[in-house]
Each structure stands twice: as structure tokens, then as C-alpha cells.
Design a binder for this molecule. Structure first.
Ligand code: ZN
Length: 128
């Protein structure tokens, strides 16, 4: 099993814990960080809809809280086999800790890199 396949399995597993009582659209995300650890997150909806958190943002928070600072690869799993790509906000959140070549695997097993999904992006180096 490839690294990206393993990440997708981890994303599918954590997806089971998603809290999505309003949309019923459960999503899981798994990040391989530069420290070799895998960090997982799921979407957490809220009765005040805008306060919900995406799976990718959840996984990034877990990574940062544990000291991780670089996303080497990320996988995102939604309903079985569907191609779930990160929302626009999450593409930018991933960008903060990734580079143009960072691998993003979607639920149907397709691999993109960040530049495919967020070309000509704005990142930390723009503020130096
Ligand atoms: Zn998102």
C-alpha cells in the first residue's frame, strides 16, 4: 500500500467520528507531517453553521498543537469513493504549511498537488 493510500485509509477511519448532524456529510482528513507522524481530523458542524470546522482544519490544528509545522501529504475522505477536494478556505489553510508540490489525495484515490488546487497562491513567504 502506498503512502497516499495509507493516508486515505486513515482519513476514512477518522471520518467515522465526524460530527455532521446537519449536512450528514462526514469528512475525514489525514496529514503526514515532516516529523513522520500522521495527524487526523474530521469535520465538526455547529448549530450556528459558520462556526463549523472542516476536517482539514481540524487535522491541521492537531498537527500544530503537537509541534508539526510542515505538511508532506494530506488525504481527504468523504462519502465512499467520492472525490472530495478541500474547500477554498482549507486550500489556503493547507498552503500555510505546505508547498506547491505537496500531495493532496482525494476520496476517489486521485492525487493532486497543492499547485493544481491553489495555483499562484499567497503564502508565508509573501510576508517576509
Ligand atoms: Zn474546508
Amino acid at each position: 500500500m502506498s503512502r497516499n493510500d495509507e493516508l486515505l485509509r486513515a482519513a476514512e477511519n477518522i471520518r467515522q467520528n465526524a460530527y455532521a448532524p446537519y449536512s450528514s456529510y462526514k469528512v475525514g482528513a489525514a496529514i503526514l507531517a515532516d516529523n513522520g507522524k500522521v495527524y487526523c481530523g474530521c469535520n465538526v458542524e455547529n448549530a450556528a453553521y459558520p462556526e463549523g470546522v472542516c476536517a482539514e482544519a481540524s487535522a491541521i490544528s492537531v498537527m500544530v498543537a503537537d509541534g508539526g509545522r510542515q505538511i508532506m501529504a494530506i488525504a481527504i475522505a468523504g462519502p465512499k469513493g467520492e472525490q472530495v477536494t478541500p474547500c477554498g478556505g482549507c486550500r489556503q489553510k493547507i498552503r500555510e504549511f505546505a508547498n506547491a508540490e505537496t500531495s493532496i489525495t482525494t476520496g476517489d484515490g486521485r492525487d493532486f498537488n497543492l499547485d493544481d488546487l491553489l495555483p499562484v497562491s499567497f503564502g508565508p513567504e509573501n510576508l517576509k
